[in-house]
Design a protein around this ligand. Structure first.
Ligand code: DC
Length: 228
């Protein structure tokens, strides 16, 4: 079989990256976390002092975009791709609460999306890639070989996210986490530029009641159909 482009889109906290990583391992492909790229742009704006009185200086950010380098080192520990911002590893820093709070606004900006679109298309140019995000099957690779749209029950997603945060010793409540997830869904779905939506030819994976193993069995079924 020729090397595929596999797009995984969907809602926040429904296990996209866990699933996409597992598929990439199964296929021997590169995994690209596009959410991490929008987080890296947000981190860049924060670290360059582009927020004055809590407001982003868009003009400064736009001027810096052409020279902004975001890539993934694929020789990191445990074979996990490591995101780099201007050559420096930033995986830990892009997961901070501050970045999480600001990334929705940054990812809605057209010039930011245009630059990320360009980088993401280049990352997938050699094919053999699993890319996860919100607009991979609709905008980045509308001709992807497999498009998966992931979703899960709101309470299930909130519970999964709560457990993740508790493991990191971040104090919060189920209600807070659920409200945050629903807010992010709304922002992702209603923004003007590349909103989250299911591609017409995407296959829906609702993993509310599925283990990671169940999801791989499901994926093997998709592969078989493709090869038939
Ligand atoms: O998947 P994540 O939570 O790490 O994504 C971070 C933010 O980036 C989230 O607010 C949605 C946005 N995003 C996007 O707009 N387009 C993508 N392809 C991926 C993420």
């Amino acid at each position: 079989m020729h090397r595929l482009i596999i797009a995984v889109d969907g809602y926040s906290s429904c296990g996209k990256s866990t699933f996409a990583k597992a598929i990439a391992r199964r296929m021997g492909y590169v995994y690209i976390d596009t959410g991490a790229m929008y987080r890296a742009v947000t981190l860049f704006a924060l670290e360059q002092g582009m927020y004055g009185n809590g407001t982003l200086n868009r003009r400064r950010l736009y001027a810096a975009l052409p020279d902004l380098q975001i890539d993934f080192a694929h020789d990191g520990e445990g074979g996990q791709p490591e995101i780099r911002l201007n050559g420096k590893a930033v995986e830990d820093r892009i997961r901070s609460g501050k970045v999480a709070d600001l990334v929705s606004e940054v990812s809605a900006l057209k010039p930011v999306r245009t630059r990320m679109t360009d980088l993401q298309r280049r990352m997938g140019a050699d094919r053999g890639v699993v890319m996860d995000g919100r607009d991979i099957g609709t905008v980045i690779f509308p001709d992807a070989d497999i498009k998966i749209f992931m979703t899960a029950d709101n309470d299930v997603r909130a519970m999964r996210r709560l457990k993740e945060l508790q493991q990191k010793h971040i104090e919060t409540t189920f209600e807070e986490v659920k409200a945050n997830i629903l807010k992010r869904d709304r922002l992702d779905k209603t923004r003007k530029n590349s909103p989250l939506r299911q591609a017409e030819d995407a296959i829906v994976l609702d993993n509310s009641h599925m283990t990671p193993e169940d999801q791989m069995v499901w994926f093997e079924g998709i592969l078989q159909k493709l090869q038939a």
